[in-house]
Design a protein. Structure first.
Ligand code: F6P
Length: 546
């Protein structure tokens, strides 16, 4: 079957779903549950250690059947296999999309353009492992002979968000006698605060940049270099002991002065936002050890295998992707809240923002045709229960429909002193279950009035409900669960992109702003005249200079 990126609206299931929406679009979740008392048990799926309860999504059996038919009519399975096989599905950059190869076992082979990429991946993993061990066992020392105590990753976007998220998520499993910091913003405060209390003699910088040309990263790397040299007495030879690079651009790494022996490579078939399990994860590997990293890769791979082999109807990324299509294109939801009830996942929503929005924030199909339907929604979120005391009000009673992805783990990672108050983890889980139920079922005016509430106050206390959500549950946050969770979202983003017919793997939208910034720099620094700039920008630039 040849993939037709423009064929969404002519897929029979698409019009059938529209009819379906006319029929059940407004049906309340209360009714769905009244009609089927087993819904909470049956509308679930499991894969790679993750349990998905989608019973609180506004779909009936027929809707699910039609969504699966839509996936079939859009050639999802074929497209998925093409991705796993290394076909150049990133058409605008003419690249394969092979982040799944990063987590395959060394016993596998995958030939791409005559090269076994799995062997290449494991060569880099072994090099990373040897280096991480040297840092961890202190056989790698800084220029003055001191062991490394501080690791500072310098990168931005995919070269930052994955590493920082993974460090926070896996903090429980990391070396507590070491500091791990992450510098991304070109705002000088970021590098200043990350370094001001560190000893340069004990500090290693990992300059992470796929291209090694990204302005923020290069600026920060140069500042770090100067900071280091000032701290170790100015000897340039010291740079090699305190700087390593993760990049696909060996020439630029060398030009910066980093020994390419201390460069960890990856390939153009790994997109920035899909790269945290490549060498970009070097800081994660140093923090958790090579075994922790390997466990994370195994979790990724398990979810990939589930995605590749499970029936579409029982397939977690497929279900999540298709439900997202239903919510976006039929129920009209323009945002999705990701709400992990796990403090260690505090950076997970930020990580997902790039993964989802840089991937599916596209307005043309692969053929360049302007789409006539909505594509990627806005993803955002905060860990529970904090969000409950800030923005949940709008999710419960606002006028926008905001589907939620709740995440929780059965076991906590940390013991806290027991008191007479409820157990922390019981309370945490009670809250996540309560929120999902309250959003789904709400509270009617009759129920509110029955509590003796004054009639004029009743409307304020009504909770309409019918707010859909997914509940993702796993036993415990481990490196493997984290890998599986990330792969789940990666593949769900892929499913949505295939349905919409867009290129989920390019990011041309970020280019114009970068080019404009380059143009504006001389106007700010030298007061250069540039008539091509608009009057607002020029006036603001003058204001800045004054
Ligand atoms: O600006 C967007 C982007 O290209 C992202 O896709 C990427 O993750 C980030 O910049 C960083 O790029 P690099 O790793 O090449 O520095």
């Amino acid at each position: 079957m040849t993939y037709d990126p423009n064929g969404l609206e002519s897929a029979p299931a698409w019009s059938q779903l529209k009819d379906k929406h006319d029929q059940i679009g407004e049906q309340h979740l209360r009714e769905f549950f009244d009609q089927d008392s087993t819904r909470g048990k049956t509308h679930t799926a499991d894969g790679a250690g993750i349990h998905l309860d989608y019973s609180k999504q506004r779909v009936d059996e027929e809707t699910l059947d039609l969504l699966v038919q839509l996936a079939e009519q859009r050639g999802l399975a074929e497209r998925r296999d093409e991705m796993f096989d290394g076909v150049h599905i990133n058409v605008t950059e003419d690249r394969a999309v092979l982040h799944t190869a990063l987590r395959r076992p060394s016993s596998d082979t995958l030939e791409v353009d005559g090269q076994n990429v799995i062997a290449d991946v494991h060569e880099v993993l072994n090099k990373m492992g040897a280096f991480a061990e040297r840092i961890r066992d202190e056989s790698w020392t800084g220029h003055t002979g001191k062991p490394i105590r501080n690791v500072v990753n310098i990168g931005i976007g995919g070269s930052d968000l994955g590493p920082v998220m993974a460090f926070e998520a896996l903090r429980h499993y990391t070396r507590r006698d070491m500091q791990f910091r992450f510098v991304s913003n070109v705002d000088g405060t970021d590098i200043y605060e990350a370094t001001q209390d560190l000893d340069p003699e004990e500090t290693l910088f990992i300059v992470s940049s796929k291209t090694f040309t990204t302005q923020e990263t290069m600026n920060n790397a140069h500042s770090a270099r100067t900071w280091l040299l000032e701290g170790i007495g100015g000897d340039e030879a010291g740079v090699a002991k305190h700087f390593v690079a993760v990049s696909t651009n060996a020439e630029a790494v060398e030009a910066f002065g980093i020994d390419t022996d201390n460069m960890f490579g990856f390939w153009d078939w790994v997109g920035g936002r899909y790269s945290m399990d490549s060498a970009i994860g070097l800081s994660t590997m140093i923090a958790t050890g090579p075994a922790g990293f390997a466990e994370m890769l195994a979790g990724f791979n398990e979810m990939d295998e589930h995605f590749r082999t499970a029936d579409l109807r029982d397939n977690l990324p497929v279900l999540m992707g298709l439900l997202a299509i239903w919510n976006r294109n039929f129920l009209g939801a323009s945002t999705v809240a990701v709400l992990p009830y796990e403090q260690y996942l505090k950076r997970f929503p930020a990580y997902l923002q790039q993964l989802t929005m840089e991937s599916n924030g596209k307005h043309v199909t692969l053929d360049g045709e302007h789409v006539t339907y909505e594509t990627g929604p806005i993803y955002w979120g905060e860990p529970g229960t904090n969000g409950q005391h800030s923005f949940y009000q709008l999710i419960h009673q606002g006028t926008s429909l905001i589907p939620c992805d709740f995440i929780f783990f059965k076991q906590p990672l940390n013991k806290v002193p027991a008191t007479d108050a409820p157990d922390h983890h019981d309370l945490l889980v009670a809250n996540v279950l309560a929120q999902a139920a309250a959003l789904a079922f709400g509270k009617t005016a009759e129920e509110v009035a029955a509590e003796g509430i004054a009639p004029e106050i009743v409307p304020h206390k009504v909770m309409e409900g019918n707010r859909p959500s997914n509940m993702l549950v796993a036993d415990k946050l481990t490196p493997a669960t984290l890998g599986a969770l990330i792969a789940l979202y990666e593949q769900s983003v892929f499913v949505q992109g295939v349905i919409w017919g867009i290129d989920s793997f390019d990011q041309w939208g970020v280019e114009l702003g970068k080019v404009m910034a380059k143009k504006i720099i001389p106007v700010l620094t030298d007061g250069a005249e540039d008539d091509s700039l608009d009057s607002s920008t020029l006036t603001l630039a003058k204001l800045y200079r004054s």
